[in-house]
Design a protein around this ligand. Structure first.
Ligand code: PEP
Length: 259
């Protein structure tokens, strides 16, 4: 089954509202609307920028999606500082990053937390928000050699209790921690090996048909120079882009590489 690629920018904790509007407008100006027939594009800014950035793309009638970088699994209540699925839905988010390695590393997010967030996002599909579920091994795990098993465990934990129909809406992003923000990209072969293994795990969990329709992205120092070869791999259906998504021209070049 042909999967439509997805190029998603993770802006992390960058861009004030004014800066975010400028960056979104620059991206909009650089994009040709008909590209979106062949590639899905989204940016994931900080919560405070979501509505202004959504409004830029809406005004330009450009189908670039907006995603949150995190969400809490309860719909409302006494959870100071958290943001719920209905809240990001109301803003117009169509994606939400879940389980990014920085959240796991700095904020203690566990596989169980990731699973609750995935379930919360997939439970109401009236105005869908597709989770972009991040998995990936540390350098120590890579060097020790058990990275396929490590990532397999993360995928199984993230999707515990999810049925095949719901899982089809999810996106998995393989992001080796040693490649994030380091300039050290996985080779296309390294990335394909793990993305292929992720698809095998998805097939075990949800069957071949569902696994063939779930997009698996690569993330980790992807840029306009290395995107084409990474995106040419059979099990890599797009990219989750950090640093390079903060420069409109670089980000749009990556989008072009996915066409
Ligand atoms: C990320 O944070 O998801 C990421 C892939 O970052 P970078 O592209 O900067 O490595």
């Amino acid at each position: 089954m042909a999967r439509k690629p997805l190029i998603a920018g993770n802006w992390k904790m960058n861009e004030t509202i004014g800066e975010a509007v400028v960056l979104a407008q620059e991206i909009s100006n650089e994009m040709e609307p008909d590209w979106l027939d062949d590639v899905d594009v989204a940016v994931c800014p900080p919560f405070t920028d979501l509505k202004p950035v959504y409004t830029v793309f809406e005004f330009d009638k450009l189908g670039v999606g907006v995603g949150a970088q995190n969400v809490y699994w309860e719909p409302s209540g006494a959870y100071t500082g958290e943001i719920s699925v209905p809240m990001i839905r109301e803003i117009g988010c169509s994606y939400c990053i879940v389980g990014h390695s920085e959240r796991r590393q700095y904020f203690g997010e566990t596989n169980e937390d990731v699973n609750k967030k995935v379930c919360a996002l997939l439970s109401d599909r009236t105005q869908p928000i597709d989770p972009i579920v991040c998995v990936g091994e540390s350098l120590a795990v890579r060097e020790e050699g058990s990275y396929i098993g490590f990532v397999d465990d993360q995928v199984r934990a993230a999707f515990a209790g999810v049925d095949a129909e719901a899982a089809k809406s999810a996106v998995v992003a393989y992001e080796p921690v040693w490649a994030i923000g380091t300039g050290r990209t996985a080779t296309p072969e390294q990335a394909q090996e793990v993305c292929g293994a992720i698809r095998e795990t998805l097939a075990v969990l949800f069957g071949q048909v569902a696994a063939a329709s779930i997009r698996v992205l690569y993330g980790g120092s992807m840029n306009e120079g290395n995107a084409e070869l990474l995106l040419a791999q059979p099990d890599i259906d797009g990219g989750l882009i950090g640093g390079a998504s903060l420069k409109a021209r670089s980000f749009v070049q990556i989008v072009k590489a996915a066409l």
